[in-house]
Design a protein around this ligand. Structure first.
Ligand code: ADP
Ligand code: ADP
Length: 226
């Protein structure tokens, strides 16, 4: 099955602004896809709809064969999301944030604790587990968001501008981490407005402009045509 299938997605915000004008694309299992486009193109809106954080006006979204409108919970289990803004409770402890998320996905306490340990260690945050999240640096908060998004081991991980405002050193280490995750079988989609990031990491690319997909295909072919 297709990892992600998006068909004819439209979004008109409550103010009347038409942010998406019929977006369609498929992502195959194991792919690492970049969604590239200028500010305001519709990337966050698209991701918001795929992850059920934004209501669509029309169209359909299917994740590993589960239509988000029909099999909401099954679709949710297949997907992990790293939003742009830090949206965890800053006053909660780092370890609790990840364990609580595992609970939302129905994992029992023991599995939740094991997964939290696994992903906090992978993201080099295990030593910080008993600290309040507000004490973390910006880069650590970003890594906490990734650990939290992986705790239910989703087949598809979506990251919205994961390295925006991140220094070069952390960017390189995050790139390495995402490459390993993809090599171990996780399908990844990220939005970025850095072509350099997309070029370094991704096998395929979809370019969004003014609420429409203006190009989709292999990264190599895209770069050859520039
Ligand atoms: P909806 O159509 O989903 O009801 P709202 O107008 O209620 O959208 O806005 C939801 C959120 O998006 C609010 O937090 C608001 O501040 C933010 N928002 C509103 N307008 C814009 C905009 N033009 N660009 C980005 N974010 C916006
Ligand atoms: P991108 O992620 O590519 O920068 P967005 O999806 O955030 O683009 O925004 C697409 C367009 O929709 C922009 O023009 C933005 O101002 C508008 N927009 C985003 N959120 C809202 C909202 N909640 N209400 C009204 N307009 C919005």
């Amino acid at each position: 099955t297709t990892a992600l299938s998006v068909k004819d997605l439209c979004k008109t915000y409550s103010g009347g602004f038409q942010a998406l004008k019929g977006i369609s694309f498929d992502v195959q299992p194991g792919d690492f896809m970049a969604m590239l486009g200028p500010n305001g193109a519709g990337k966050s809106t698209t991701i918001g709809i795929i992850t059920s954080l934004v209501n669509k006006t029309s169209g359909s979204v299917s994740i590993y064969g589960c239509d988000v409108d029909v099999d909401f919970f099954a679709a949710k289990m297949h997907i992990g999301v790293v939003p742009q803004e830090f949206n965890f409770n800053q006053f909660e402890k780092v370890g609790d944030i990840v364990r609580t998320q595992a609970g939302y996905y129905g994992l029992d306490k023991r599995t939740a604790a094991e997964r939290a340990e696994k992903y906090l260690k992978l993201l080099d945050l295990w030593e910080k587990r008993d600290e309040s999240a507000r004490m973390l640096s910006g880069g650590m908060k970003r890594r906490l968001m990734i650990a939290r998004a992986l705790v239910h081991e989703p087949k598809l991980l979506i990251l919205d501008e994961p390295t925006a405002g991140v220094d070069i050193e952390l960017r390189r280490s995050m790139w390495g981490f995402l490459e390993q995750l993809n090599a171990s079988g996780t399908t990844i989609i990220l939005t970025t407005h850095y072509l350099e990031e997309a070029e370094h990491l991704c096998r395929t690319i979809a370019i969004i402009d003014q609420g429409q997909i203006i190009h989709q295909g292999s990264m190599k072919k895209f770069l050859a045509g520039l």
